[in-house]
Design a protein around this ligand. Sequence first.
Ligand SMILES: Nc1ncnc2c1ncn2[C@@H]1O[C@H](COP(=O)(O)OP(=O)(O)OP(=O)(O)O)[C@@H](O)[C@H]1O
Length: 255
Amino acid sequence: MNEFAKPQAGCHREIVRLDGVSYAYDSQTILSDVSFKILERDFVGLIGANGAGKTTLLRMIVGLTRPQQGSITLFGKPASQFKEWNDIGYVPQRSHFNPLFPATVREVVLSGMYGRQKLFRRLSKTDIGRSEDALGAMKIGDLANKKIGALSGGQQQRVFLARALINNPKLLILDEPLTGIDVETQQSFFHMIKHMHQRHNITFLMVSHDMEMVRSYLGQEPKERSGKLSFYVRHSHDLDDCDGTDLLHSLRKEG
Ligand SMILES: Nc1ncnc2c1ncn2[C@@H]1O[C@H](COP(=O)(O)OP(=O)(O)OP(=O)(O)O)[C@@H](O)[C@H]1O
């Protein structure tokens, strides 16, 4: 049994481990020998200049790109053997989304469930119930039948977060979630994810350009630097109980 799978191993188990990860596009080296650990309940802010390789690093952690050198371990397993992808929620940069995509909010949220095994399955009542919970938790139930492209940036961001939350992930990865939305919406969004970090057993990895918000929560100095990347970290000790909660149900209950 690996360390992560041991019961009662505490709340500080390694969720992600990067060992000497390198990546180049053609001959341009983007990431060179990056090593870093994310522990359960950490909130990691990943900061770096444009083109520093932040998105490439996130894509490697969610299994969309393979490191050319080095290794990635997820929940104690080599990434190549890792299968529990529903434990990782990923919200890519919104700028990569085509606003003409012809789907409703509910359809976008439900598509978070079409993991590899569910792609061709009919949706069960439970699936529909979970999508309603995700919509309710993000307070976008009233937008369920609207076309995603018709929403504001902040509303779209809530839809993508609901999509990522539908499987009750243990790790949430957000790529610049605050970009392109107005300051007030940014603050309420950041408040919401801080709440999820402090009150629920959920671990975050977030790329952000907003240093003020990152520093206000994660401290003035990065825990580690690697090349052009800086990793700011805050660990949550707020919960005594190590067990995860069903995030959607509890968020909804809290209103
Ligand atoms: N598929 C690709 N083919 C070639 N070069 C790429 C590809 N994807 C990214 N790059 C280049 O690699 C570099 C790192 O890209 P990446 O998107 O990982 O950086 P980033 O830190 O997320 O940047 P940004 O803050 O601009 O989003 C950039 O110079 C980018 O142009």
